[in-house]
Design a protein around this ligand. Structure first.
Ligand code: GTP
Ligand code: MG
Length: 253
């Protein structure tokens, strides 16, 4: 996309087996995208691998954090890094490092933010719109994902079919205008909370169909406890719903 300077924030915790596969795919299939690996001191050495990639490619950057602090915290740190970077990134994207998200879809997400395209402020890679899908998951995981998404959509009245998706592209001004310091959820409710904040700030969201493939290497960080925590967090957001989350005045669309 002419004039765009996108950054993909890639959170990692014990993804050594996947990092060597996903980084070359991003570099090849998403030309013009820089990558920021946000590693929480993974015991399996993911951080050192990321450093080796950064030494070889000026498109790869690494943010090391001292301990595992959750997906939401990793993304917020990555967004702050991206907004402060000299590169003047125009877009900040989210993507899992386990190849569940296809790097070749990044240009499509970015294109959905084009003024002469879908003109989205936030493009969400969606498994649950026509043309999207999931492979590799058993029935239980499918029900949890689709059910969790519908639950959040209905309780919070979100105009989105896949509010828990972690494959996204934000226009820079969206993240600049949200008060990122107020974002509460450290874990998997983070995606839902961000969706709610973007909707409430009046920005335009468009869903782009994606095909999600279950990880084939490394281990999932998802546990039943994390799913319950996210569900309870959505309830809290619902009950606090009358008071809109704060945004910086005057920066909305
Ligand atoms: N930096 C950081 N990354 C994390 C943390 N928790 C998860 N991640 C990364 O976030 C991405 C998504 O996590 P996954 O474990 O794949 O979660 P999931 O996709 O919901 O679960 P699976 O489908 O089972 O893989 C992966 O790249 C993880 O390595 C964390 O606490 N810190
Ligand atoms: Mg995953």
């Amino acid at each position: 996309m002419p004039g765009a300077r996108p950054l993909v924030v890639l959170p990692t915790y014990n993804e050594a087996e996947n990092l060597d596969r996903v980084l070359p795919r991003i570099l090849a299939d998403a030309p013009g995208f820089d990558v920021l690996v946000v590693d929480d001191a993974s015991p399996d050495g993911t951080g050192a691998l990321a450093d080796a990639w950064a030494a070889r490619s000026e498109r790869v950057h690494v943010l090391h954090r001292p301990a595992k602090a959750g997906l939401g915290r990793a993304y917020l740190a990555g967004f702050r890094w991206g907004l402060a970077a000299q590169a003047d990134y125009t877009h900040l994207c989210e993507m899992d490092a386990d190849l569940s998200h296809d790097p070749a879809d990044l240009p499509r997400l970015l294109a959905a933010t084009r003024p002469d395209g879908a003109d989205a402020d936030l493009a969400i890679g969606s498994r649950y719109v026509e043309g999207g899908g999931v492979s590799g998951w058993g029935l239980g995981r499918r029900v949890l994902s689709r059910g969790g998404g519908l639950y959040a959509k209905m309780l919070l009245r979100l105009p989105v079919e896949d509010p828990t998706s972690g494959f996204r592209c934000f226009r820079r001004r969206v993240l600049e205008s949200l008060a990122l310091g107020d974002v509460e959820c450290q874990g998997y409710g983070f995606q839902v909370e961000m969706t709610l904040r973007v909707v409430r700030a009046g920005f335009r969201i468009v869903e782009v169909p994606i095909h999600f493939t279950d990880r084939t290497r490394g281990t999932s960080k998802m546990t039943p406890g994390i799913a319950v925590e996210a569900a309870l967090f959505v309830l809290r957001l619902r009950w606090r719903g009358r008071r809109p989350p704060s945004t910086t005045p005057g920066k909305g669309p």
